[in-house]
Design a protein around this ligand. Structure first.
Ligand code: BTN
Length: 244
């Protein structure tokens, strides 16, 4: 049976809503809203989420493998969302490591995976997705980077309920697959969708800048970078990837 979907018009944050209730949720239970007053982005940044302009959703999952698997999981989520869009006739959406959706070099959606305390060997995960549908110009001014929206991909947008249902369905399926076999079965698709594949990039890690050619991800979800000193691998954390 389908897990419950909690729907709100206005909420502080759909991630926060689920995080506050983890002990009472079943895997796949999700939260949808039209607008967030305290939407959260990665690296502590706020996420601009004006009324009715985005698909704003979060899904709870109890991950039996525990926290170590969570990094790979967020990459699998990216693949699942792009495939949901492809299945609805939105082509050309790509992934930027670790987990942004890009369209023609601009950010279309963000993914934020948050964890709350471990429950024995397993951990509580909340997967949040914010996908721009059609943002009014004055709202877009608040966003600190080049952004895109789904109506640029395909001017005739599919019904929002259908979109939400399809994304939830692909997300749930991806989580089941991930639990059974890890990131492995997502890696080829992630690399197929890699926005930076074969491009010169720079990695920002604190004060350090590392340059190389992006060569996709490995089975752990580490970024593979071809540098002057050979192939190097980078795992998550506070790393930011830019065109070099
Ligand atoms: C990013 O910085 O790219 C991640 C953005 C994630 C935004 C989504 S919107 C639904 C969910 N609730 C939140 O507060 N954040 C995520």
């Amino acid at each position: 049976p389908m897990a419950p979907v909690h729907c709100f018009s206005v909420i502080d944050s759909t991630n926060q809503y689920l995080l506050e209730r983890v002990s009472r949720l079943q895997s796949g239970e999700s939260c949808l809203a039209e607008c967030q007053t305290a939407g959260r982005g990665r690296r502590g940044k706020p996420w601009v989420s004006p009324f009715g302009c985005q698909l704003i959703l979060s899904m709870y999952w109890r991950l039996e493998q525990g926290m170590a698997a969570a990094m790979g999981l967020s990459l699998a989520v990216g693949v699942a969302v792009v495939e949901a869009l492809e299945s609805l006739g939105y082509p050309g959406v790509e992934l930027k490591w670790p987990n942004d959706l890009y369209y023609q070099g601009r950010k279309l959606a963000g993914i934020l995976v948050e964890m709350s305390g471990s429950a024995g060997a397993s951990c509580h995960l909340v997967i949040g997705i914010g996908l721009n549908l059609a943002m009014p110009e004055r709202q877009g001014e608040k966003i600190d980077q080049a952004w895109s929206e789904l109506r640029h991909v395909q001017p005739e947008l599919v019904d929002r309920n259908q979109l939400a249902a399809r994304v939830l369905q692909h997300l749930q399926q991806a989580m089941v697959t991930f639990e059974q076999s890890g990131l492995g079965s997502f890696v080829d698709n992630w690399n197929r969708l890699d926005y930076f594949a074969g491009q010169p990039v720079k990695l920002l890690m604190g004060d350090q800048v590392i340059r190389g050619i992006a060569r996709g991800i490995d089975d752990r979800g580490a970024l593979r970078l071809e540098t002057d000193e050979g192939i190097k691998f980078y795992l998550g954390g506070e790393i930011s990837l830019r065109r070099g």
